[in-house]
Design a binder for this molecule. Sequence first.
Ligand code: BGC
Length: 329
Amino acid sequence: MKKSTKRILYSVGLTIFLMSFLGMIYYGYKTFYIEKDTVTSKEYAHHFVLIAEEIDNEYWRLVERGALRAAEEHDIYLEYLGPPKADNDQLLRLLDRMISAKVDGIITQGVEGQQFVDLVFKGVERGIPIITVDTDVKSSVRKAYVGTDNYYAGQLAGRTIIENTTGEQYVGIVMGRFDAINQQERIEGFKDAIKTADRIEIVGRKESNITQIGAAQATYSLLKEFPKINALVGTSALDGIGMVEGLQEIAPNKDVYITAFDVLPETLMLIQKGKIDATVAQYPEEMGYGAIEVMIELQAHDVLNTEVFTRTKIIDKGDVDGLRPGDPK
Ligand code: BGC
């Protein structure tokens, strides 16, 4: 073979080799390279946990929404947890687990009983700030409470009945859960408010288990047992909606003055339709947002204000129809 032909063949061979080699490197890199962002997890300032009474409850999702908004603004990793159905034992187990996981802060609904008090003590002793949201347990060493003044909220419900009814009122109460401290405080406030009006009397009380169906059943049995009931008060977020349903079943034409709690969209719609007369508005998103802010402060030092009350007010048809200034939501 001629020298020049050999040189050409070598050059072609070398070019082909170089091209395949470079191709291999390029495609290999493309195939196996993983964007840096996806492997290194984002660095957060703190890891907080929010424990709800019931994870998928519409009301608690609003608390979560407010908390998430504050968490995003302050670079906080927020974990939202809760039992699938309201259950104190399960909530306490979650709380215990989060203390063992050594998170930077725990925001939880307060639960009745010594076990909660002991767990809060254990957490705080280990340096984990714990604050209560929505329901307080004053006897615990929780660092702060963020939520409604539940006694005052109950008083508001009582005053509404006094102001908007005439004549004898036989009240049936549908409570979320008998053993929930915030429900008990609301009832206390309600009772104290109606003390001034002899014509208003509580005749019966049943539990809804914080579900709509539970509230419907409770209403049905209350009216069956006490047919003279002409006023109903629901003290947790889905009670009003369930009470309308239960009343429809047992006494659809009876004129009953209904007071609910919270401003979930369906409650507002029922107020607009004239099925619910009034509701005590709470601001769960503000609770969530405020709780994160307090928890951030607690990472640096103890807070002075250990009771942060969020807004509470009565909403009726005038507010929902926009006849009065203010925000029903
Ligand atoms: C209460 C919460 C409860 C919720 C149930 C609210 O009114 O503040 O404690 O979990 O109702 O739907």
